[in-house]
Write a protein that binds this ligand. Structure first.
Ligand SMILES: NC(=O)c1ccc[n+]([C@@H]2O[C@H](COP(=O)([O-])OP(=O)(O)OC[C@H]3O[C@@H](n4cnc5c(N)ncnc54)[C@H](OP(=O)(O)O)[C@@H]3O)[C@@H](O)[C@H]2O)c1
Length: 297
């Protein structure tokens, strides 16, 4: 077994999980290089390197000297064979030995998701791999769904009464960081980080009601209603509205409720509950004096 002493490259380092992977690695004293998309003008922040999966000119500098790679499939990249895997192949040529891939719960069964294509490619690549297949991020509530909760006191998703095993992105990052720090111990393994409990969206709304001190309700708009809401209110691109409809249908069917103890097994500490994350993230749903009723008239 070896512990990482060569630079680790963190892709998606501005993202929901990547930012915490970078923090965890820094805290552990690892040599971290955070990949960010090159700005059109100005300097890159210290400790970062310009990198774009779709721009071959950025790859050599980003991969130079790197042994382990944290790989995020950006949601906007649908065609991973064309827009993601060539960069990973270049990383292998540049000397990367191990890839920790941020996948998705059930990627081993859901062959149609792009993550499954990446997993299969990595398994045949000769690279060491670790798959981190999280359940649904609790932070989706404080990002994607924040306007509904903040401005209209509603959680709006077409998930019926299905339960979801929400996970905090910091716990996902901690699992990924452990694998990046000790790749040999996690080689060719798949972890499925989940939170400690699977909640219905009615229960989520109850937690938010407690945390925020004002009533938050759950509304299931149905699939056509979700599609309209996602497009017109949340401003989602069509592809994302379709993918989220599929994800919430999975929850509705009861297929998103599976719990594991992988966070505790890998990190030695229990995963955060939805309540713990909600307390930490509550600023996302508070109305500010400048915006007392959010988007409502
Ligand atoms: N949301 C969930 O509940 C959930 C659950 C399980 C798995 N996942 C998976 O987790 C992954 C991350 O999803 P997320 O929604 O949390 O996204 P995210 O991490 O918030 O954002 C994607 C990251 O990729 C970067 N990026 C975008 N295009 C890029 C490009 N062409 N080259 C290099 N970097 C690029 C973005 O940088 P910029 O800041 O420059 O845009 C950002 O840092 C996805 O594959 C998703 O399917 C999500």
């Amino acid at each position: 077994m070896y512990r990482t002493c060569m630079p680790v490259l963190v892709t998606g380092s501005s993202g929901n999980v990547g930012r915490w992977v970078g923090e965890e690695l820094h805290a552990a004293g690892a040599d971290v290089r955070c990949a960010v998309r090159p700005p059109s003008s100005g300097q890159l922040p210290e400790g970062t390197v310009g990198f774009d999966f779709t721009d071959e000119r950025t790859w050599a500098a980003a991969f130079a000297g790197v042994r382990a790679l944290f790989l995020v499939r950006p949601p906007a990249i649908g065609n991973v064979r064309r827009d993601l895997l060539p960069a990973v192949a270049a990383a292998r040529e540049a000397g990367v030995e191990h890839v920790v891939f941020l996948s998705i719960q059930g990627a081993d069964r859901l062959r149609v998701v792009p993550h499954a294509t990446v997993e299969r490619w990595l398994q045949g690549s000769g690279l060491g791999w670790t798959f981190v297949r999280p359940s649904f991020f609790t932070q989706n509530l404080s990002t994607t769904h924040a306007p509904d909760i903040r401005d209209r006191d509603e959680v709006v998703v077409p998930a019926g009464r299905g339960r979801t095993a929400f996970v905090d992105t910091r716990d996902v990052a901690a699992v990924a960081a452990a694998a990046l720090l000790d790749p040999a111990a996690h080689r060719d393994q798949a972890w499925t980080p989940t939170g400690p409990e699977a909640l219905t969206y009615t229960e989520v709304a109850d937690v938010l009601t407690d945390v925020l001190g004002r009533p938050i309700t759950y509304r299931d708009p149905g699939l056509p209603g979700w599609f309209r809401h996602a497009r017109t209110v949340l401003g989602m691109p069509v592809g994302m509205a379709v993918v989220t409809a599929a994800i919430y249908t999975t929850a509705r069917l009861g297929l998103a409720a599976g719990l594991t103890d992988h966070v505790e097994q890998v990190t030695g500490r229990p995963p955060a509950s939805v309540r713990t994350t909600a307390v930490r993230e509550q600023a996302a749903w508070r109305r500010t004096p400048e915006n007392p009723r959010g988007g409502q008239s």
